[in-house]
Design a protein around this ligand. Structure first.
Ligand code: FA5
Length: 343
């Protein structure tokens, strides 16, 4: 009987090896270990053995049963791991980590710029991306047909004009938020950061049709140019790093008087002059003291209050961050993952 038990075990091992489905395995289990299976058939012969033989044979029968149960269980586990292609799949093999994304560099810059200005009391607001001519040009001292409008290369919306606010345009600059903010706050102080998308018919290495601007507007009693200059220097230090200074140059905007163009020390050569900047300075945008006409358009008395404003490109300041030197800002928007991954 011991030999027959061993034969049963060896046969079963060979059969289990050849099994490919759970159904086949269950059938085999029943035929071996089921109530009417081969193992029970053998056990029925146990009482026929001599008394002294029964104990060792019984022990051996138990071991064979345990071994068969274990082999069947292991086979079942193995079958569970086999995929539809029937290839063995090793569950213990380390998996591939899913790619983890992050905010777009422009969104990161927007967050950083917002935090920098929030620290000195500015509040971020958002005004319409499609706005009336009234807010984009008219109240900013640029009446219809004024040649200054040409510089804004505007995209107009083809809808009937508003009876008093004129045509709808895609905002060419965030300065449309100036009079809107004065209307919202009514009585100064105002410390606005209007950050949003702008659109112009422009496309080259430093211009895109859609871009972002951030507009600062401060209106209060006794606001003067040193307040503006202090704010510019603060931004330069915080965003570009220590040692970066701002410079203002006379310019002309219809909605500020006096007006300036704002430069920062070139972060590439730190002011020495390089191929990138030529002069040691790089321009980021415009600024100036709010024109009395604009204050009046926002129903604020220019004899009591004064203010400063600035408006710069997010793409422009990002490309000047130390170590970045993005030569062509269009790369920010062409979904080049190799480029975007670095941020
Ligand atoms: C203005 O848009 C004024 N509204 C700025 C201003 C605000 C002046 C408040 C005074 C007071 P300008 O057209 O120069 O100015 O644009 C400002 C900045 O926006 C530019 O220096 C540049 O950084 C960015 N910019 C303008 N057009 C584009 C464009 N097509 N693509 C990317 N950035 C642009």
């Amino acid at each position: 009987m011991q030999n027959r038990l061993l034969n049963l075990k060896n046969q079963a091992i060979a059969l289990i090896k050849d099994i490919h489905t759970s159904k086949e395995l269950e059938e085999l289990r029943m035929s071996l270990l089921g109530r009417r299976g081969k193992f029970n058939d053998l056990l029925k012969e146990l009482p026929k053995l001599r008394v002294e033989e029964r104990q060792p044979v019984g022990r051996m029968a138990n071991e064979v049963k345990q071994t068969l149960n274990q082999l069947i269980q292991e086979k079942q586990l193995q079958l569970n791991q086999v995929g539809p292609s029937n290839k063995f799949f090793d569950l213990t093999f380390p998996g591939k980590l899913p790619a983890i994304g992050h905010l777009h560099p422009i969104s990161q810059a927007i967050e950083e710029i917002t935090h920098i200005f929030e620290r000195i009391g500015f509040t971020r607001v958002r005004y319409p991306e499609i706005d009336w001519d009234w807010y984009v040009f008219e109240t900013l001292n640029m009446p219809e047909d004024h040649p200054a409008r040409d510089e804004w290369e505007t995209i107009f919306i083809d809808t009937p004009p508003h009876p008093t606010k004129g045509k709808l345009v895609l905002t060419t600059h965030t300065s449309n938020g100036q009079v809107r903010e004065m209307e919202r706050v009514k009585t100064p102080p105002i410390r606005m950061l209007n950050l949003g998308k702008c659109y112009r018919r422009q496309q080259d290495a430093t211009h895109t049709v859609m871009f972002h601007q951030f507009e600062g507007l401060v209106v209060d009693k006794h606001i003067n140019i040193p307040h503006l200059k202090g704010t510019l220097d603060y931004f330069g230090r915080e965003f570009f790093g220590k040692g970066i200074k701002s410079r203002i140059r006379p310019f002309n905007f219809r909605f500020t008087e006096p007006s300036f163009e704002v430069d920062f020390t070139c972060t590439n050569c730190r002011g020495r002059g390089c191929r990138f900047c030529k002069s040691g300075w790089v321009e980021v945008g415009g600024a100036g003291m709010v024109h009395p006409d604009v204050l009046r358009a926002g129903k604020i008395d220019p004899t009591k209050y004064s203010g400063f404003a600035f408006g710069w490109g997010v793409e422009r300041v990002l490309r000047l961050k130390p170590g970045l030197n993005i030569a062509d800002i269009r790369i920010l928007y062409n979904s080049n993952v190799k480029f975007l991954k670095q941020f």
